[in-house]
Structures are given as C-alpha cells and as structure tokens.
Design a protein around this ligand. Structure first.
Ligand code: CTP
Ligand code: CA
Length: 224
C-alpha cells in the first residue's frame, strides 16, 4: 500500500520515546508507582521502527519486551533517571514522543533504612518531579515534540492548554471516559491535536493501531 510507494518514510530519522511508569523510592523496599503497562510506548517504538526510524526507547519498569534491530531499550526506574537519559539523547533526536506515565511527585526524603511500623498514621512528604516533556519543549530546536494528555474532564481544553504550555507540535489526548481505554488495556481511544489546532478523533482501537495512526500523523506533519 502507501508504504510501498513512499519507501520507508522515517529512514535515517532518530526517534526518542519514553514509556511505562516511574517508581519513586520511599525506602529501600518501597516505592510510589502507577499502573502504566508501557504498552503504548512500546507499540509506538515498533511502529516508528517499521517505518525505518532508529528508535531509542527509554522505559520505566515494565514487562514489555521488544526485539528489533532499529530499537534500543534503555531501562530506567525513577523520573529523575528518565529525565537524565532523555536529555542525553535529545540533541541528536529528530522526533521525541513522551508516552511515559511519569510520577508527578516523589518522596522528599528517601529513608536509608526500611521504615518500621510505628504510629497508627504515617505521613510522607512529597515534592514535584521535573516535567520531562516540558523541559524538552523549553529547549527544542528542530525537534518535533509529541506529548500525551490523560484527562477525565474538560478533555479538549486541558489537552490544548498542555500543548501550548509545553511547546508541543502534537498532543495525543487519551480518553479515560471510554471503558476500553487506558492503563492495562490493549485498546485506547485517542484524539490528536496539532499546533494548528487541527483535531482528529479516532475510534477505540488496539494500541498497535493507535501507534500506527500516530506515526502516520507525525510523518504527515513533518512533511507538510
Ligand atoms: N510528563 C513528563 N514528565 C512529568 C510529567 C508528565 O514528561 N514529570 C509528560 C507525559 O509523558 C505526557 C505529558 O507530560 O506526555 C502529560 O502528562 P499528564 O500526566 O497528562 O500531564 P501533567 O502535565 O503531568 O499534568 P496533570 O497530571 O496535572 O494533568
Ligand atoms: Ca501527571
């Protein structure tokens, strides 16, 4: 089909992708995490590599695996480690896609010993993590930058606000209002919003197909 006519449209392009959750240590045996499976990010990596891109996939803890000659996986654990890894690659990147479910907060102090059970309540003070995507938006040059937005209300408005505030070229709105969509599922219902405010709604589909739609949209945009 179209691939045969256009060859490999991302040949020679370097694509940086974040995936999965991050784990933020509380003490040596405990962490704060989330239910992200990493599936969406891994599917995007495969879709990009299948179009010829050289992919660096920076992933938090996940059970996902991939073997593809064009994909290198860099495992990280915390938001800070993901931030550091992403910034190591960003200046040689053509397209960056932040699909990770990065923790927004982490324990302000990490206990060096296992916290023992004592009082009936325990308070852990949290501090904000760095926003990786926003940090890329602030320094980007020629890079095409893509973010995700997970929203439960005022979806379009919130997603548009994130696109502008984080200086993105494209944002993928993930609708949690649909039962088949989201964390741990094999399907997603997404809406693309580009920097010209062009909105594309998609049906509920497999994350594999969402990833293909996203890569096709990016190819369209960078060639426009
Ligand atoms: N993101 C990131 N680093 C963070 C937090 C978020 O790179 N510390 C990225 C995510 O990978 C995603 C986008 O920012 O691409 C939006 O994440 P989301 O959680 O929807 O938005 P936040 O900006 O964190 O705002 P909030 O959770 O308050 O809605
Ligand atoms: Ca968040």
């Amino acid at each position: 089909e179209a691939d045969i006519l256009s060859g490999l449209p991302l040949k020679g392009k370097k694509v940086l992708i974040t995936a999965g959750p991050t784990y933020e240590a509380i003490d040596p045996v405990r962490f704060i995490g989330n239910h992200s499976s990493g599936k969406m990010g891994f599917e995007i990596a495969k879709a990009a590599a299948n179009k010829g891109a050289e992919v660096v996939l920076i992933s938090g803890p996940t059970h996902q695996t991939v073997t593809h000659s064009l994909i290198s996986v860099i495992p990280v654990v915390s938001a800070q480690e993901m931030y550091d890894a992403v910034h190591q690659y960003f200046n040689i990147t053509d397209i960056a896609i932040c699909a990770a479910a990065v923790a927004d907060y982490r324990p302000k102090k990490v206990a060096s010993q296992k916290i023992k059970k004592q009082e009936s309540t325990l308070t852990i003070e949290l501090e904000k993590t760095k926003d990786i995507l926003a940090s890329l938006g602030a320094i980007k040059k020629q890079q095409f930058l893509v973010g995700f937005a997970l929203e439960t209300n005022n979806e379009l408005e919130n997603a548009k606000e994130k696109l502008k505030r984080k200086n993105l070229d494209l944002i993928v709105l993930n609708s949690l209002n649909d039962k088949g969509a989201g964390f741990k599922k094999d399907t997603n219902k997404v809406t693309f919003i580009d920097s010209d405010d062009v909105i594309t709604n998609h049906q509920l589909k497999s994350k594999t197909d969402v990833a293909k739609d996203l890569i096709n949209k990016i190819i369209e945009q960078i060639n426009a």
